[in-house]
Design a protein around this ligand. Structure first.
Ligand SMILES: [Zn+2]
Length: 479
């Protein structure tokens, strides 16, 4: 998608003396600002026994400022075999978790080019308490169970890409070569499965026909069983897929639980479509995949953890019978995946909005009184750190600095989640007119779905719909 030109102009006019890690990782240096990513064609062989990956990504981009050098990101622990452009190997210089490719001639404005990066190695294994640091290599039913989530560290932890939230590829193709006995689930639509020249391996080919955040690209490998739910809306009949980890001797209770999750997902999707607008990726698909990590909003195939019922550390009241992670990750399809922040500093647009959507759903299912009680309990717990809640709101800000990859916003204080959701709750009270408030949310979604945004874009709609300037209110609440 289009990069933020204004920010680009700012950086292009600045004389860059030395580049810090944060600037390279999160900024828009000239070597990044000069191109707009169009398409990734990622081919990867995944070996669960060795915990290795090997393959290449063909990156197609459009030049927005003539250049001889571009920046691509890849963690330094992964080896680059070669960078190939028009059948020739190019030289490149690695710096922090990025590399700068030198082209033999100046790439022309508005022209499209493709460059292939061949690479491999042992990608980082998830080490944090959250699910968002890298690969998960587990076993289930005596078979490998593999997943990858990277919202905090970034997608370059496992594949070469432009690690900049403000520039998403318009589409991607994913080709996974994996052990033949494992089910392979990924983003978008499965085009075909072929046998691989590697003994005991197969290749499954997927296509995503929509813009996608680089951290949303993923793969799930394991012993899965598919269950489908039928979803009908004004645009037609759709299928919502669930991939549950296969259980031996499945009990009636477990089967009931699966049915319950399927129904909850369908009800929640209908709710979001009613409140905000139609799901943006029906032409790809909508799936929920059970994982060993806590959850992640992987576009068109969200991950929901299985080991803990409330892995994000919060629980609704006993009579609120909802799976928090399931509805939170699905809510991200609207907030985060369709409407995406263009900077880490504004990630409350993903997390605060998705969290608030959980509470709106509680209101729909259990009424206003329960909504009020749950949201104040959530906020009090967040402030005090009590009630088994691992998050402490304290005094941190919701908005973080831009262009420096402010991933500390995901720190344990959880400010972008709880305080972000509470900010929307307070804004709704202040506006004191639900018709206007929900029109704001719907307009924000409809205007910016499949685009990247900053907080100012939301503020502008609030101002527009209320005929009032909320700039100071936003400053007080967010900064
Ligand atoms: Zn989230």
């Amino acid at each position: 998608m289009k990069i933020k030109l204004l920010i680009a102009v700012f950086f292009l006019t600045k004389i860059v003396v030395a580049q810090s890690y944060k600037e390279v990782k999160g900024g828009l240096l000239p070597e990044r600002a000069c191109f707009d990513v169009g398409y990734y064609d990622l081919h990867l062989t995944i070996n669960p026994d060795e915990k290795t990956i090997k393959g290449h990504n063909v990156i197609t981009f459009k030049v927005v400022k003539a250049t001889k050098k571009i920046q691509i990101d890849l963690f330094k622990n992964l080896d680059i075999d070669s960078v190939v452009f028009e059948n020739k190997k190019l030289s490149y210089e690695r710096k922090f978790d990025a590399f700068f490719i030198d082209f033999p001639f100046e790439l022309e404005l508005n022209k499209n080019y493709s460059v292939a990066v061949y690479y491999g190695g042992k990608p980082r294994t998830n080490i944090g308490v959250r699910s968002t640091d890298g690969f998960h290599w587990k076993t289930h039913n005596k078979l490998p169970l593999v997943g990858v989530a990277c919202q905090i560290v970034g997608a370059s932890v496992w594949y070469p890409c432009k690690e900049y939230l403000g520039d998403e590829p318009d589409s991607v193709r994913l080709h996974w070569t994996v052990p033949v006995q494992l089910q392979c689930i990924s983003n978008g639509k499965l085009e075909k499965v072929e046998s691989s020249p590697i003994a005991g391996y197969k290749t499954s080919h997927w296509v995503v026909r929509n813009p996608i955040n680089s951290y949303n690209v993923t793969i799930y490998l394991g012993d899965y069983q598919k269950v489908s739910g039928v979803y009908i809306n004004a645009s037609g009949r759709h299928s919502m897929e669930y991939y549950f980890l296969k259980k031996n001797d499945k009990s009636t209770k477990e089967a009931e639980k699966e049915k319950f999750y399927v129904q909850m997902g369908l009800t929640f999707v209908a709710f979001c479509e009613k409140m905000f607008g139609e799901y943006a990726f029906w032409n790809d698909k909508l799936a929920v995949v059970e994982t060993v990590y806590d959850g992640m909003e992987h576009q068109s195939c969200v991950a929901v953890g299985s080991l803990r019922e409330n892995p994000m550390g919060y629980a609704y009241a006993e009579d609120v019978n909802l799976h928090g992670t399931l509805i939170h990750e699905l809510a991200h399809e609207w907030w985060g995946n369709a409407v995406s922040s263009s900077d880490m500093g504004d990630m409350w647009l993903h997390e605060g909005f998705a969290t608030y959507t959980e509470y709106l759903f509680i209101e729909q299912m259990y009424g206003k009184k329960t909504y009020e009680a749950e949201i104040s309990k959530m906020y009090e717990n967040a402030l005090s750190g009590l009630g088994g809640n691992v998050y402490k709101a304290q005094t941190d800000k919701i908005l973080a600095p831009r262009n420096v990859y402010s991933n500390q916003v995901f720190g344990m204080q959880g400010q972008i989640y709880w305080a972000g959701a509470h900010f929307l709750h307070a804004l709704r009270k202040e506006i004191n007119n639900d018709t206007v408030f929900f029109d704001i949310l719907r307009t924000f979604y409809e205007r910016y779905k499949k685009k990247t945004v900053l907080t100012e874009n939301f503020l502008q709609i609030v101002n527009e719909k209320t005929n009032k300037d909320w700039t100071q209110y936003f400053k007080n609440g967010l900064e």
